[in-house]
Design a protein. Sequence first.
Length: 437
Amino acid sequence: MAMSELILPQAKEQSAHLTQAIDVHWPGLTATLTRMIRIASVSGNEAELVAFVADWARDHKFQTDVFETTRQPPADIMGASSASLPLAGRPTLIIRLPGRGGGRSLIFNAHSDVVAAPHPERWRFGGPWSGAMVDGRIYGRGACDAKGPLASGLLALLALREVVPDGLPADVLLELVPGEENCVGLGTWTSLVRGYHAAAAVILEPTDGLPRCASRGGLRFRISVSGQAIHGTVKWLGRDALTALRVVLDALARMEAEFQWMEPDPFFAAYPLQRPITVDRVEGGTGQGMICDAASAEGYFELLPRDDLDVWKERFAQALAGHSGKVHLRSDDIRVEFVEEYRGHITMPNHPLCRSAERIVTASEAGVAWGGWSAFNSGCEAALRWRLDSTPTVIWGPGHLTQAHAVDEFVELASVRDTARQLALLAWDWTQPKESD
């Protein structure tokens, strides 16, 4: 498919102009990305990064709105997540490229927070906050998740403002929201209650430079195991919580296999696991030479977009109790809590937003291979607007999920630039008035 086969005949010309504008602004944008990575915006400490990006936007003559809320989202919106970190001191930023009117608006969404980097000595290239550029890659915590995707969105806005100085037919916005890494949806909720809505949304996350039409729901669990501590020389007189926790971990592996093909989703068919269960923290220990009286495991139970969270909470708890009971663990020694929850989303491939995205990526010269529509294999900020506003949403950005949260996290710089061009084209195409799609 040639670029001229996009909906409007001007598309090929606009593509060339946008590419030229992106090339002009690219050196400055890479410096901006380096600065962003050097800001350690770990969840709860997003304010410095937001201030930096807001200053960048004002310097480039964009309209901005920076705001905070001390309100916590209601339980019927965020569920178990409503008890997460407070929002005070964690601003949200809106960058606005105003439109002329008559078209459909678009909002890009990126999160300002990153996960921690607790072992900086394991990192090469100057540590987790260096922003070092080596062999076409930029390294540092958040380079892939999600400051590289954020940089693509910022560069797309710059190119659009330059190529269409009088504005597109509708607003194009970018919301930079806090809290995604510790409470999915929290930051997007602050933008919605501020009154920011759009006809479509693009979530800026690492998707290999390809648009994705669905995202996961999920639950963060905490499993606490009780025992009776006693000196190890007479351990048979006590109950070792660590021994019980080993049973729990084995049960989780069995549950993952059992849940694998229950009501599968075709958009996740490319992934080996439909519902991964990942333990990312284990704690236990009482005193030297003692068996343990308390231990715990925390992690994520990743779900599918159509999964009912309450149903799967019950299935999870019942399956864990069943497996534990087979080895005669006392039921009152095991407690399951769900401390975060988030829903998934699906925008069907025949939706006009997906059709627009597919036209652009199949016409791209960036070298990405389009294999059809599939899901983003993680939770993200997509579901809240989709659920509350019925906003059609795709996830799209440079980088690969294998780099998210990793030591020596990186993103390919060429992918940041190429994705910016595609995002700019999507905004240009989507906002044009159309009699039908």
